[in-house]
Ligand binder design. Sequence first.
Ligand SMILES: [Zn+2]
Length: 373
Amino acid sequence: MIIKGFKVKIHPNKEQQILMNKTFGCARFAYNWTLNKQLEAFKNGEKFISEGELRKQFTELKKDMKFKGEEWLYEIPNNATKQAIKDCFRAYKNFFNKKAKKPRFKSRKHSKLSLYNDTYKIKVFEDKVQLEVIGTMNLAEKNRIPKGKIYNPRISFDGINYWLSINVEIDENQINKNKTKPIGLDFGIKTLITCSNEMNFNRINTRKENKKLKRLQRKASRHYTKMYKNKTTEKSKNLLKLEKSILKQHQKITNMRLNNIHQATTKLIKLNPSHIVIEDLNTSNLIKNKHLSEKIADCSFYEIRRQLEYKCEWNNIKLIIANRWYPSSKVCSSCGNKKEKLSLSERTYKCECCNLKIDRDFNASINLMNLAM
Ligand SMILES: [Zn+2]
């Protein structure tokens, strides 16, 4: 058994965000309250207060506040404040053991917003997570978190995004079983991924969404011109709205691309090959070719590689990145003869030696696969 840590972006809705922010605040309140209690006790020459005692006192405090009509500590998951008190005790323990500095108050501005969710109440699904009280929300990456016993789940907010951090106990034997033949992947413009096992993955079509984005950007640029002419820096309500829609449209396009790549990489991983072989992107013909550079600017290849890196690691599949000098396109996958020249317009590979006629990208993917053999 091994325990692995995972951190995945989550997409809470507006209401959930409000509730989470409230919970962050309450956790901070409970932490600072605990710290203050200990400091006061120290000042008065009293003993260090035990965790059980302070938890009891906190429950009393909650009741008192409810009595006074302040119920905000009841609106959030009970465990968040419980864990915050625990965290404060751990901070003290580390301090006493000389492992850390003296615990300090968490400020609204400078402390990390994070909260704990009870191990037994959190539920992780393929593409969703269910949190105590706060509810169910989407995970940004499907199948990122493997099944297994969960430890120390935490939610945090970095100012832009919300994240779920979680430790999962994984049975290694489960991952190693039944490996299949290696797969070579050739990345391309027309077909995004051509695989040596004859699977193909296409690029997602975002033409419609791009058109809408351009239209919004043109509209915004008219606003900017107007502002320039009127010598003002104040943005109108309409412009602010427009800027928000532009951001949203950008996100939509990015998400479409990401999802498309996730689907492809997940499918490949599920085949459980012993190796996956890809070309070195730094020297790839695709990156070097000027005319293609615009289409490559969407960084799909880097994203595929990034996803494969972590998905392979976790599924115990060896990811091989071909040597930068390896001529995967120029070699015949049947007889091994190497062509001196192969222009990008030649979509079919024709071998002069063995008369093989084969799709250029498919040929390259087989050569890449052979590297693992
Ligand atoms: Zn040949």
